[in-house]
Design a protein around this ligand. Structure first.
Ligand SMILES: Cc1ncc(COP(=O)(O)O)c(C=O)c1O
Length: 408
């Protein structure tokens, strides 16, 4: 490396002294698995989102798979997802024995449009699971209105009790990236039937590994029943967790269904609590970094902005996915290599699902999703995190311009 700067990481976790002290406090408390910290974290996340309850679990993957199972998803069912997403979105569908049906994404905002979802809809569609890519909210209102329409209801063929109760496909949002994003004045988490967030190590808010569900189901679904089912099923179906059993006279429990093991520990919850308290300020900083990048590339004729903010939606600024118009993936890879040599880590979100062997072997082909293919060629994710100073951002902009111009 021919530069004198410290290398710039892609998304280092925001672990500070307060976080370390919180973990130490829990480690010394005598209770390290699900307990009082988790109860407090769930209540603080709910307050932040403005929802009645959130269920924090071990990952987005376990939380959203549990949701598919709650809805009774199985063989013969189809779940609509975008082709441009991380493997997890499709994997949870396959785990349930159902079929992920992919749709293309839109060029301007990179998420699945209402029209794309509508054209893939069939009587086998049980769940619609779009992805807020990079933190940019999908058209929540449009999708919710469509799913509630008499046209969709009349085609829907329920096969489980919860499907019959809902009477239409479930709107499950893959909001792994969009914790803190805003749609029509409210936090993402208030619009889909169920919204799944990720607190994985590289996410804006991390618990090292972790995830959360926010519920916005119609009133026939009682919150107490949801709480009971999701909590029990995250602990082998056990009706009381280990901490609740410590209360005198409450040691007994029952198991009604073979549940999973995907609860969140108090250690994870403590990490999350410290970060959540700082999160509003962190979101502002992420936005400032994203806007500085965007302003720095304006005027370059090869540059197209990622969606950041409009009158209806505000990103969580999880990723800064710049688009280099007309680029091929080999050119993009060469730019990534050149930037790495200069000490700047970059990334690509994502390798489209149809390019992965798992999905190729299922008969998928990328050319069925032309915009996804184009975005894969043309997008590059730049570092966006709290350790970046304005000066770092300006330096990255200059290096990116140099690297791109020498690979045009
Ligand atoms: C779009 C998307 N969905 C789901 C996930 C899975 O999240 P988790 O690692 O918390 O299971 C990720 C993780 O990176 C993701 O990017």
């Amino acid at each position: 490396m021919s530069h004198s700067r410290e290398p710039i990481g892609f998304a280092p976790p925001p672990i500070d002294e307060d976080t370390i002290m919180a973990v130490e406090r829990v480690l010394r408390s005598g209770w390290i698995t699900s307990g009082p910290e988790l109860v407090a974290f769930e209540s603080e996340v709910s307050d932040f989102l403005g929802v009645k309850w959130t269920c924090c679990l071990s990952s987005w993957t376990s939380a959203c798979e549990l949701t598919l199972r709650w809805f009774g998803i199985g063989p013969g069912d189809e779940v609509l997802i975008p082709a441009m997403t991380y493997a997890a979105t499709a994997n949870i569908v396959l785990h349930c024995g159902a079929k992920p049906v992919m749709v293309d994404v839109a060029l301007d905002d990179r998420v699945a449009s209402l029209e794309a979802l509508q054209s893939a809809f069939s009587s086998r569609t049980k769940v619609v699971m779009p992805v807020d890519l990079g933190g940019w909210p999908v058209d929540y209102q449009g999708i919710a209105d469509w799913l509630s329409s008499s046209e969709v209801r009349s085609v829907f063929q329920p096969t489980s009790q919860n499907q019959r109760e809902l009477g239409r496909p479930l709107f499950l949002s893959d909001a792994a990236h969009s914790f803190g994003a805003i749609y029509r004045g409210e936090a993402v988490g208030n619009h889909a039937d169920v919204t799944g967030f990720s607190f994985h190590a590289v996410k804006n808010l991390t618990t090292a590994e972790g995830g959360a569900l926010a519920f916005n189901l119609p009133s026939q679904f009682k919150l107490a029943d949801l709480q009971q089912w999701f909590k029990a099923m995250s602990l082998h179906g056990q009706t009381r967790n280990a901490h609740e059993k410590t209360v005198s006279g409450r040691w007994q429990y029952d198991v009604e269904e073979a549940g999973f093991k995907c609860n969140m520990t108090d250690i994870q919850a403590a990490i999350g609590r410290v970060q959540l308290a700082k999160y509003p300020a962190q979101l502002k900083r992420r936005r400032a970094v994203a806007e500085r990048y965007d302003a720095g590339f304006q005027g370059q004729d090869w540059y197209a902005s990622p969606p950041l903010h409009n009158s209806e939606r505000t990103s969580s600024f999880h990723l800064f996915q710049m688009r280099i118009i007309g680029f091929k993936s080999e050119q993009r890879d060469a730019v990534m290599h050149a930037l790495k040599e200069r000490g700047i880590a970059t990334n690509v979100h994502f390798i489209p699902l149809p390019l992965l062997s798992l999905h190729k072997d299922r008969g998928e082909r990328l050319d069925r999703y032309p915009t996804t293919e184009r975005l894969f060629n043309e997008t590059l994710s730049l570092p966006i995190h709290l350790q970046l100073s304005d000066e770092d951002v300006d330096w990255i902009i200059a290096e990116v311009i140099l690297a791109i111009e020498s690979h045009l």
